[in-house]
Design a protein around this ligand. Structure first.
Ligand SMILES: NC(=O)c1ccc[n+]([C@@H]2O[C@H](COP(=O)([O-])OP(=O)(O)OC[C@H]3O[C@@H](n4cnc5c(N)ncnc54)[C@H](OP(=O)(O)O)[C@@H]3O)[C@@H](O)[C@H]2O)c1
Length: 202
């Protein structure tokens, strides 16, 4: 568990270097990019010269507002940013997104940023929603996109990147004991809902 001094250091003292590597000619996808950290990541990657930045959003209109906001901040070419719909709660939506990805000439980077900390119990993919989106939906998407990243690596001789945005709070997660054969099934029981722990464990 992080100590209080670690917390104070990382939150208030630590200065993380701003990335400066060029993204020229690269295509990048960021999920959950219509706000928060996702929007900041997208903005910086456009600033670093990416050829194409795809905002994976579950609402096209919120995504389009973000596209406009980044374009007005950076005064960049409107062909760079595209908004594609993806809802990590839906296998069909993920499949449609993957089909679109497969039509891209290249994909250099996938940043899995979309995530939730759900407060109310809802069952998705046979488990609790936070676990479903942060783990199952995220991996359903990533695993189907790995072939495109590998194809790009071979074709353009680059090192592709697959990134997951997480939280240092994983360090305080309590792994449930006696969850039986299938932990996802166990979390699908409403009586096992522990919102904070499910967020940090996922
Ligand atoms: N902020 C922090 O201090 C912090 C700390 C540690 C880790 N993180 C992690 O960093 C990531 C971004 O955090 P944030 O603070 O920027 O959160 P945020 O502002 O709530 O953004 C989360 C994004 O995920 C999207 N999303 C939620 N459910 C989705 C779904 N089913 N399908 C597709 N997209 C979905 C949201 O879309 P909508 O706008 O449509 O809801 C939103 O764009 C999260 O994974 C979070 O767990 C954040």
């Amino acid at each position: 568990m992080p100590s209080l001094s670690d917390f104070i250091y990382t939150q208030f003292r630590l200065t993380i270097p701003i990335p400066t590597a060029s993204f020229a000619s690269k295509t990048v996808i960021i999920t959950g990019a219509n706000g928060g950290l996702g929007k900041e990541i997208a903005t910086h990657i456009v600033r670093l010269g990416a050829s194409k930045v795809i905002l994976g959003c579950r609402s096209k209109s919120r995504g389009n507002e973000t596209k406009q906001s980044i374009e007005s901040t950076l005064q960049c070419n409107p062909d760079i940013i595209e908004v594609w719909e993806v809802d990590l709660e839906s296998e069909i939506s993920i499949k449609g997104f993957v089909n679109q990805v497969n039509r891209l000439p290249r994909l250099d980077v996938l940043i899995n940023n979309a995530g939730i900390h759900g407060q109310k119990f809802k069952r998705v993919y046979g488990t609790e929603r936070t676990v479903a989106i942060n783990c199952i939906g995220t991996f359903l998407l990533s695993l189907q996109i790995i072939p495109k990243l590998k194809e790009t690596a071979r074709k353009y001789q680059i090192t592709p990147h697959l990134t997951f945005v997480g939280s240092a709070l994983y360090d305080v997660a309590k792994y449930p004991e006696n969850h039986g054969q299938d932990i996802f099934d166990w979390y699908g029981e409403e009586s096992h809902m522990d919102s904070m722990n499910q967020y940090v464990i996922s």
